[in-house]
Design a protein around this ligand. Structure first.
Ligand SMILES: *[C@@H]1O[C@H](CO)[C@@H](O)[C@H](O)[C@H]1NC(C)=O
Ligand SMILES: *[C@@H]1O[C@H](CO)[C@@H](O)[C@H](O)[C@H]1NC(C)=O
Ligand SMILES: *[C@@H]1O[C@H](CO)[C@@H](O)[C@H](O)[C@H]1NC(C)=O
Ligand SMILES: *[C@@H]1O[C@H](CO)[C@@H](O)[C@H](O)[C@H]1NC(C)=O
Ligand SMILES: [Zn+2]
Length: 684
C-alpha cells in the first residue's frame, strides 16, 4: 500500500528564487522593498491515484481451505472470548535488513500493529496446535469420508508457500495422498510437524523488495493463505513490508503503523476473498454452499461469490451531478452489526448499509470503505490524513462470525457523524448546493480553489494546517464526478476540470492536511502535533510552533510581514498556523514566540508585532471560542470559561515589540507586483 503522495514537480529551483531575490535587492539598492517569499516550496495534498491500497486478494487456488483444527461441533460451541493470539514468523529476508530497520519493524511497527488487533478482537479459542495444510500438486484434493484431513491427488508440492514465504516443515501437517482414483489413501514421509502452539493466527512476515513494492510506491501488503475447515476462519497469512518505502521519521512512522494495521485486517477478514465465507452469529454461513462445501466461484472476480446477506447492490436513481440527476449503483455491506453502526454514525435510520469503494479497480474497489462516505476511516482505499479504526470496521469484524470486537479499541470517526441521510445517501454536489442555498458552510466539503497566494485553513479538529483539496485536473472529470455547477472565480468552461484531488472520494473536495515539498522531496508536514514539522527558524515568518501541545489557529486580516529598518518581506502563503495555547484564568490564551495573547471573545483579532531572528514579525491571529479548546480543561479543574467580553485596549496589555529605526522607515515599492508574479509560478 503506498501512502506517499507524489505530485507535480516544481517549476523553479530554490537557487533560481534566491537569484531573483538578489537581483531584486541590487535593483532596489537603498530603497527598501517588499519581498514576497515562497522559497520554492509547494504545498502537496496527500493521496494520488497511485497511492491507493492495492490489496491483491489471494485467488481461490492460492488459499488452502480445509485446515483441520478441531471438529465443527466443538468449535461452534466455544464462545468468542479468547483474545486473538497472533504468532509472527520472520522470513530470512527480515533478518537481512539493516539493523535500524530491523529494530524499527521488530520493536515498533509489528508489535504496535499486531497488538492493536490482539486487543481489539476475540476469537473462539484454538485449543489444539495449528498445523497448516500442505499444498497439493495441481491443487487436486480428495476428501475422505470420516477423515477431517484433505488428501492430495498423487503428490504434495515440495514447498508450501504462504504468500512470498515458505512455510517451515515443522508448521505443516504430514503429506497425505491418494492415487488418481482416490484410492490407496495414506500419509507419506515423517508425519506431522510439531505445529504452532498457543496461537489463533500465524503471520509470516517478509521484507523483500518485490515487483509489487516497486509498483505505485507500495509500503506493505498482506493477505491470508489458509482457512480452517469448520467455520472458514483465516488462520494463517503473510505480510510483506517493502524495505525501500520504510522511513524512520516520526510523522511517517505513525502512517506506517496504520498501514500495517490496515494490511493485517485484509488478512484477518476485510477482503473480497473472504466476504463469501462470513457467518452469522450462530456460525451458519451467510452465503449458500455448493456440494464441496464452498460458495460458488465468481470467475470474473476470481473470488467466491457472496450472497445479498453480505453485500447488496443499491441503485440511487437521482444522484445529482452537474449534468442533472443520474442513476448511480453502489455496493453496500449489509451485515447486521455494520448496518446498526453506520445508521448510528450518520444518524440515518434508513441507510441500507456501509458503502463500499467503487473506484480504483481490482485491489481497491469493493475491498475498502467508500472514501466519499468514510474519508479518514483507516479501511478506506487511500491514506489522506489522521487514519482511525472506527466502530464500523470493528462491527464488520464481528459480522464475519469469527470475531467479537472490543469496542473500546475503536477510535472516533468525525467525518459524516450525525450529518443524516442527506449526507450518507446523496451526492456531495447535492449536499453542497443545499448548504449554499441556506448560506451555510459547505462542511465537511469546501469550494476554495488552491491558488496563489496560498491561503491555508485549519482542519476541523485543529490538529493541522489544512487546505481545501479542490484543484484543477488536467482532464475534464467523468460526468458522474462533476460536482459543481459554479465555483467562485472559475469560468464555466473550466468547471469540468475542477474537483477534489482525491479520486476515490468521487472527486468531492474537502479540507485536508498536506505536505510541503521542494523538488518533489517532502520537507515537512502540516500536522501541528509533530515537532518535525516546525519550519526552519529563518522561514518561520508567522512564529509558529509545532509539537504535541499545539493546535491550529486561523490568521486574521492579511498576510504576515517581516520587517527590518531597510526591508519588508511578505510571505506567499498564510491563513493559519500552529501555536501552543494555555487555558488560564477562565480564558483561552494563544502563545506566540513564548509570549501570551489572551482571547476575550471568539473572532477577536490578536495583533502580533514581535521581534525574532532579527526581524519584526507583523501579523494577526483569530481567536476561537474559549469553550472549543478550554471547556474540558476547566471542567476538570471545577471551573469554566468566563463570559466573552469586549477587547480591552489592544496595545497596552498585549506584547508589542518596537522597531526603532530613527528617521529610516521601511517603504513599499513597485517591486511588489514583479515579485508577486514570479512567485506565482512556484506553487501548483
Ligand atoms: C524482536 O522482538 C521481540 C519481541 O518484541 C524481542 O523479544 C526480540 O529480542 C527482538 N529481537 C531483536 C533482535 O531485537
Ligand atoms: C438525528 O436526526 C433526527 C432527525 O432525523 C434529529 O431530530 C436528531 O436531533 C438527530 N440526532 C443527532 C444526534 O444529531
Ligand atoms: C519563555 O519565557 C519565560 C519567562 O517569561 C522564560 O522563563 C522561558 O525561558 C522562556 N522560554 C523560552 C523557550 O524562551
Ligand atoms: C466545585 O465548585 C463548587 C462551587 O464553586 C463546589 O460546591 C464544589 O464542591 C466543587 N467541587 C469540587 C470537586 O471541587
Ligand atoms: Zn487496503
Amino acid at each position: 500500500m503506498s501512502f506517499l503522495a507524489q505530485q507535480h514537480p516544481l517549476h523553479l529551483s530554490q537557487t533560481k528564487v534566491i537569484a531573483i531575490l538578489i537581483s531584486m535587492m541590487i535593483l532596489a539598492m537603498s530603497v527598501t522593498n517588499v519581498f514576497l517569499l515562497s522559497f520554492a516550496q509547494a504545498a502537496n495534498l496527500h493521496s494520488h491515484s497511485d497511492s491507493q491500497c492495492n490489496h491483491v486478494h489471494p485467488k481461490p487456488n492460492d488459499v488452502i481451505h480445509g485446515v483441520h483444527l478441531e471438529p465443527e461441533h466443538v468449535m461452534k460451541r466455544r464462545s468468542l472470548d479468547q483474545r486473538l493470539r497472533v504468532k509472527i514468523y520472520y522470513d530470512t529476508s527480515v533478518y537481512k535488513l539493516e539493523e535500524a530497520m530491523f529494530e524499527l519493524i521488530n520493536n515498533t511497527v509489528l508489535p504496535e500493529a499486531v497488538s492493536y488487533w490482539e486487543r481489539a478482537l476475540m476469537v473462539r479459542k484454538t485449543e489444539s496446535v495449528i498445523r497448516l495444510s500442505r499444498k497439493c500438486r495441481n491443487n487436486q484434493v480428495f476428501l475422505v469420508p470420516n477423515d477431517p484431513h484433505p488428501y492430495c491427488m498423487n503428490a504434495c508440492e515440495a514447498a508450501t508457500m504462504c504468500g512470498e514465504v515458505q512455510v517451515p516443515e515443522h508448521h505443516l501437517e504430514s503429506c497425505r495422498v491418494c492415487d488418481a482414483q482416490g484410492k490407496q489413501c495414506r500419509s507419506l514421509g515423517e508425519g506431522a510437524g510439531v505445529g504452532i502452539k498457543d496461537a489463533d493466527f500465524v503471520f509470516y512476515v517478509s521484507a523483500m523488495d518485490t515487483e509489487r513494492c516497486q509498483k505505485g510506491m507500495t509500503v506493505a501488503y498482506a493477505a491470508h493463505c489458509q482457512q480452517e475447515v469448520s467455520l472458514d476462519r483465516p488462520i494463517a497469512g503473510h505480510a510483506n513490508l517493502c524495505p525501500r518505502s520504510i522511513s524512520t521519521k516520526l510523522p511517517e512512522l505513525d502512517v506506517l503503523i496504520s498501514t500495517v494495521k490496515h494490511e493485517i485486517l485484509h488478512a484477518l477478514g476485510f477482503s473480497v476473498s473472504l466476504f463469501a465465507f462470513y457467518r452469522d452469529s450462530k456460525g451458519l454461513p451467510l452465503t449458500p454452499r455448493d456440494e464441496h462445501g464452498k460458495p460458488a466461484l465468481n470467475e470474473n472476480l476470481q473470488a467466491r461469490q457472496w450472497s445479498e446477506r453480505v453485500i447488496k447492490r443499491i441503485v440511487r436513481p437521482d444522484w445529482l451531478v452537474r449534468e442533472g440527476r443520474v442513476r448511480k449503483e453502489v455496493h453496500m455491506m449489509v451485515t447486521p452489526r455494520v448496518v446498526e453502526e453506520v445508521r448510528k454514525h450518520f444518524n440515518c435510520s434508513t441507510l441500507e448499509g456501509a458503502e463500499l469503494e467503487d473506484q480504483g479497480g481490482e485491489g481497491t474497489a469493493l475491498t475498502h470503505w467508500e472514501k466519499r462516505a468514510f474519508e479518514n476511516e483507516a479501511m478506506t482505499g487511500t491514506h489522506t490524513q489522521n487514519p482511525v479504526y472506527s466502530r464500523i470496521t470493528l462491527a464488520l469484524m464481528e459480522d464475519t462470525g469469527w470475531y467479537k470486537a472490543n469496542m473500546e479499541m475503536a477510535q472516533p470517526l468525525n467525518w459524516g457523524r450525525n450529518l443524516g441521510c442527506n449526507f450518507a445517501q446523496r451526492s456531495c454536489m447535492e449536499w453542497m448546493e443545499t448548504k449554499a442555498d441556506k448560506e451555510q458552510h459547505l462542511h465537511p466539503y469546501c469550494n476554495r480553489v488552491k491558488r496563489d497566494p496560498l491561503e491555508t485553513e485549519c482542519s476541523e479538529d485543529r490538529n493541522s494546517v489544512a487546505l481545501c483539496n479542490l484543484v484543477q485536473h488536467t482532464y475534464p472529470l467523468p460526468d458522474l464526478y462533476q460536482n459543481f455547477e459554479f465555483i467562485p472565480h472559475i469560468s464555466q468552461t473550466e468547471i469540468p476540470y475542477y474537483g477534489g484531488s482525491v479520486a476515490l472520494a468521487d472527486f468531492c473536495p474537502y479540507i485536508q492536511e498536506f505536505t510541503w515539498r521542494s523538488d518533489n522531496i517532502a520537507i515537512r508536514g502540516s500536522n501541528c502535533l509533530y515537532e518535525e514539522n516546525n519550519p526552519r527558524p529563518e522561514r518561520n515568518f508567522a512564529l509558529e510552533l509545532y509539537g504535541p501541545k499545539s493546535k491550529c489557529f486561523e490568521h486574521a486580516g492579511s498576510m504576515w510581514e517581516e520587517r527590518t529598518c531597510r526591508q519588508v518581506r511578505q510571505w506567499q502563503h498564510w491563513g493559519s498556523g500552529c501555536y501552543e495555547y494555555a487555558c488560564q484564568n477562565g480564558r483561552l490564551n494563544i502563545i506566540v514566540d513564548n509570549r501570551t495573547f489572551p482571547c476575550y471573545y471568539p473572532g477577536q483579532e490578536l495583533r502580533v508585532r514581535l521581534l525574532s531572528q532579527g526581524w519584526l514579525h507583523v501579523g494577526s491571529l483569530s481567536c476561537p471560542s474559549c469553550t472549543e479548546l478550554c471547556q474540558e480543561t476547566f471542567l476538570a479543574a471545577n471551573s469554566s470559561c468566563k463570559l466573552p467580553m469586549p477587547d480591552p485596549r489592544v496595545g497596552q496589555i498585549y506584547p508589542n515589540d518596537p522597531l526603532d529605526c530613527g528617521s529610516l522607515r521601511p517603504v513599499y515599492s513597485v517591486a511588489l507586483s514583479v515579485i508577486f508574479f514570479l512567485a506565482l509560478q512556484l506553487l501548483i
